[in-house]
Design a protein around this ligand. Structure first.
Ligand code: GLU
Length: 308
């Protein structure tokens, strides 16, 4: 395993110069784009790490997976999907075009409009402190905290998400005020995790919602099924289809450079690589996952994936 990880990181490293950090949140622009690390957490609870797997970075959009899971647990299937769809949008994560012109609700919970709607539902159900506590359990990492600098940096440059939130409000989709909904949304995006925390979370999802080490059930089976399916179809922004064909592992990326992947019954994978492609996905991270999928036969529909 260690050898495979080393080779994958070495290959990924060659690609980091081609991308850029997400400067639209100024604090993210200060991160060294050459960071690259991976962590695999296998079903026996063993962690395998290579590169910058213990460097803290903000979870960003990967928190959308946690918020969706909590919303399903607390509000149920009907109420959660009452005002958020489950179809890929084909647009960028921060788009408001379809929401304005062709649909009265966000396409899915993995884009900003969908996640802000979910945060608005959650704001009356659960405090940020409890969301943080639950995130620590899910990631098997007690050291996750709020990154205040990134939180304030994003809150200071929130115009686009504010526009989305007001549009949602105008369509009667928000359950709480624009301010409360955005605050919880940005707080969740600003949690400091590592590649290892994401690997731990991935393993819980790969284990049907149970922490395999303590055997504690953290999420219902039906919730995990929904979350993993939506990760497969919508988790890599508008690059989700190609990624599913080539890698075949449900994944979610974030503009902080994180990648969370779930290999059912086998392992969770966490990656940190803040150099992003034009769609907002980690360039080095995608190369690592391609390599791991081919070498360890991780594709959910194929034993041997051809070279694409
Ligand atoms: N906090 C970021 C935003 O709302 C999250 C985006 C992402 O990671 O895709 O723009």
């Amino acid at each position: 395993m260690n050898k495979i990880l080393e080779q994958a990181v070495a290959k990924g490293k060659k690609m980091t110069a081609l991308g850029r950090t997400a400067t639209y949140i100024p604090e993210l622009g200060h991160v060294n784009k050459d960071y690259l690390g991976v962590c695999v957490c296998t079903s026996d609870g063993q962690y395998y790490k290579c590169g910058d797997a213990d460097v803290r970075f903000t979870i960003q959009s990967i928190s959308k997976v946690i918020s969706l899971a909590v919303a399903l647990e607390r509000c149920g299937y009907e109420r959660t999907f009452d005002r958020v769809g489950m179809e890929p949008s084909g647009d960028s994560f921060d788009s408001l075009v379809k929401l304005d012109l062709t649909s009265d609700y966000p396409s899915n919970p993995m884009i900003n409009s969908g996640a802000i709607a979910i945060a608005s539902h959650l704001a009356s159900e659960v405090s940020f402190e409890n969301m943080l506590k639950f995130t620590r359990h899910l990631c098997m990492d007690d050291e996750i905290t709020l990154n205040e600098r990134v939180f304030h940096s994003e809150m200071g440059h929130i115009s686009r998400n504010k526009a989305i939130a007001y549009l949602l409000e105008s369509k009667g989709i928000l359950e709480n005020s624009v301010e409360e909904s955005l605050k919880l949304y940005v707080q969740m995006c600003s949690l400091n995790v590592t590649a290892a925390s994401l690997a731990g979370f991935g393993l819980v999802l790969a284990s049907d919602g149970v922490n395999p080490v303590t055997e504690e059930r953290l999420l219902h089976s039906w919730v995990v099924q929904i979350v993993k399916t939506i990760m497969l179809t919508c988790g890599m922004y508008d690059g989700s289809g190609k990624f599913a064909v080539e890698v075949g592992v449900p994944s979610k990326s974030g503009v902080g450079g994180g990648l969370l992947s779930v290999v059912d019954k086998r392992m969770g994978i966490g990656i940190f690589g803040p150099s992003l492609d034009e769609k907002g996905n980690s360039i080095g991270g995608q190369h690592i996952l391609r390599e791991l999928s081919a070498k360890m036969k991780l594709h959910m529909f194929a034993d041997n994936v051809p070279e694409f």
